[in-house]
Design a protein around this ligand. Structure first.
Ligand code: NAP
Length: 266
């Protein structure tokens, strides 16, 4: 995929991975339309991305937010959509309140599906186009303590793969990226403590951004970032019982750390 002079809409650009990805894409020669809710952060990032960049303030879970992004994307003449905005929620499923779960589904799954559908006619009219969805290892290795989050990311993986198959006779590439843990504000202190306890590796946003850009430049369609996470994604597909067994061994630690998470907090 040609990134030099690509015109990219990036959601969640004000977050840990989004900001690093915006910088890496700009370094690769792309022009960026960055989306987020935090106006000062958007302005500060936009100022570092060069004269050709633009920004749009929008909440992806609201109809007016989707409309604002779609309008700005057409005006910016995008040919690449990156669905990166997302939220996390660590805790035992029966202790999470429904509004938290609804917000997870709205942000991590419904918003990328809606933005993609609204922009598909536009992308089809471009000579070269792509849709990139940022999922998670938990979309392929659904995890205890992250039940609702895993469900949204598994949904996003299914959406990406089915859409890729439906668009196989078009020029639109559909890419699904599954990072493992990243050092960003998405992870609460409880999640970071759990990761340390379980010896779960966590990547820097800059490393993940570089891996995503390399994947796009090499025309990759599916990328699991990190080993052994890539192996466990494969194992969960062929022998989920083995993964059930492995995660069961971690359950006491997951429950211990989840008990320190305030009920219902995203
Ligand atoms: N961090 C990890 O361990 C990890 C691992 C695997 C995958 N991922 C995925 O990577 C992506 C980026 O996450 P991150 O780690 O960079 O998290 P982050 O630092 O918390 O950033 C999340 C971004 O999403 C935006 N966002 C959240 N809700 C939104 C809404 N309703 N409307 C518009 N924007 C919204 C945030 O905007 P505001 O600034 O306005 O809040 C922020 O820009 C997510 O899809 C996440 O699931 C993260």
């Amino acid at each position: 995929m040609q990134l030099t002079n690509a015109r990219i809409l990036l959601t969640g650009a004000t977050g840990g991975l989004g900001e690093a990805l915006a910088r890496e894409l700009a370094r690769a020669g792309a022009q960026l339309l960055i989306a987020g809710r935090d106006v000062p952060k958007l302005a500060a990032l936009s100022a570092t991305l060069g004269a050709g960049s633009a920004s749009v303030r929008a909440d992806v879970t609201r109809p007016e937010g989707i409309a604002a992004i779609v309008g700005a994307a057409q005006e910016f003449n995008i040919n690449l959509l990156i669905n990166n905005a997302g939220i996390g929620a660590f805790g035992l499923y029966d202790e999470q309140n429904w509004p938290t779960i609804e917000q997870l589904i709205a942000t991590n799954l419904a918003a990328p599906m809606q933005l993609t559908q609204a922009l598909l006619p536009w992308l089809k009219s471009r000579p070269a186009a792509a849709i990139v969805n940022v999922g998670s290892t938990f979309g392929s290795v659904p995890f205890a303590g992250f039940v609702a989050y895993s469900a949204t990311k598994a949904g996003l993986r299914g959406f990406s793969q089915s859409l890729r198959r439906e668009l196989a006779d078009s020029h639109i590439a559909v890419v699904h990226i599954a990072p493992r843990a990243i050092d960003t504000p998405l992870n609460t202190p409880e999640v970071n403590a759990l990761n340390r306890d379980l010896k779960t590796a966590s990547d820097s946003p800059a490393d993940v951004a570089r891996a995503i850009v390399t994947t796009l430049q090499k025309n990759g369609k599916e990328r699991h970032i990190g080993f052994p996470e890539r192996f466990f994604a494969w194992l969960n597909g062929v022998a989920p019982g083995l993964v059930d067994h492995g995660v069961a061994g971690k359950l006491p630690a997951i429950k211990r750390h989840a008990s320190t998470t305030q009920k219902g907090r995203p």
